[in-house]
Design a protein around this ligand. Structure first.
Ligand SMILES: Nc1ncnc2c1ncn2[C@@H]1O[C@H](COP(=O)(O)OP(=O)(O)OP(=O)(O)O)[C@@H](O)[C@H]1O
Ligand SMILES: [Mg+2]
Length: 261
């Protein structure tokens, strides 16, 4: 479980995050949604420690990140898997070298054992045999899968994905969403996904946090979101061209309500 307590973050005069508190449960896909520029990536970076919040706490299973010793922080860092916005693979490295990178950074495993781990995670994302390919030789969806393979190679307890579906077609997005969901359940990880893809919200959103202009405007499950009365959230949802099903469900609910059913 990750608890975020009263986080504030400003850049110069500009407040980006204003008193954000969230609880993200283990074994769940926790989604952060919101429009472009609302502060989602900044929030994610505060949670993983790439930015230091001006105020507030980030607590990983009872351990407050700001209060950890350098050594404990390093250990925590190894338990965090990250898929950055864009797949952020190293273009000059092969798929195998990309996935092996965290193992080189953080472990003393023998080369042979590292390759075994690489092959295991490659198989897990259905990319067996792609070891020697370069990022420029594979599709966008495959790059994401390699990014996911790299993010799980150290068996993380926490997985962060920033816009895992950006630039992907809806079908490939579904494959990636399913992979993230399956890994979360299989390894009982606390997963945090930043997205503005409403399909993902409905598919994998166990718990959803809607960030509006740097504060938490709404939270709930993918079932609750259909019935939300929050005006700002509704504007965000209805602006999405993808959420046809939810729109239809809502209209049907409204009709029923009118008819007194
Ligand atoms: N390092 C930084 N220095 C100054 N301002 C920053 C920095 N990083 C982000 N910002 C500002 O913080 C605000 C929120 O940015 P953020 O990247 O979190 O948005 P986002 O919700 O992730 O948007 P998108 O959906 O487009 O990725 C923006 O106004 C951005 O310009
Ligand atoms: Mg972002």
């Amino acid at each position: 479980m990750i608890e975020i307590q009263h986080i504030k973050k400003s850049f110069g005069e500009k407040t980006i995050l204003n008193d954000v508190s969230l609880v993200m449960e283990t074994g769940k896909c926790n989604l952060i949604i919101g429009s472009s520029g609302s502060g989602k990536t900044v929030l994610l970076k505060c949670i993983v420690g790439l930015f230091t919040p001006d105020e507030g706490h980030v607590i990983y299973d009872g351990q407050s990140m700001t209060e950890l010793s350098v050594q404990d922080r390093k250990e925590l860092r190894q338990q965090i898997g990250m898929l950055f916005q864009g797949s952020a693979l190293f273009d000059s490295m092969t798929v195998e070298q990309n996935i092996k990178f965290p193992l080189d950074m953080f472990t003393d495993l023998k080369h042979k054992d590292k390759i075994k781990k690489v092959n295991e995670v490659l198989a897990r994302v259905n990319m067996e045999g792609a070891n020697k390919k370069f990022p420029s030789e594979i599709s966008g969806g495959m790059k994401k899968r390699v990014g996911i393979a790299r993010s799980i190679v150290l068996n993380p307890k926490y997985l962060f994905c920033d816009e895992p579906n950006s630039g992907l077609d809806p079908q490939t997005s579904l494959v990636i969403d399913k992979l993230i969901k399956d890994l979360t359940l299989e390894y009982n990880i606390t997963t945090v996904v930043v997205t503005h893809d409403m399909n993902s919200v409905m598919e994998i959103g166990d718990h959803i946090f809607y960030i509006y202009q740097g504060h938490k405007q709404w939270e709930g499950s993918n079932k609750d979101i259909i019935h939300s009365k929050d005006e700002k959230l509704n504007q965000f949802i209805f602006a999405s061209e993808f959420l046809q099903d939810a729109k239809q469900m809502r209209m049907m609910e409204a009709e029923k309500e009118k008819a007194g059913v």
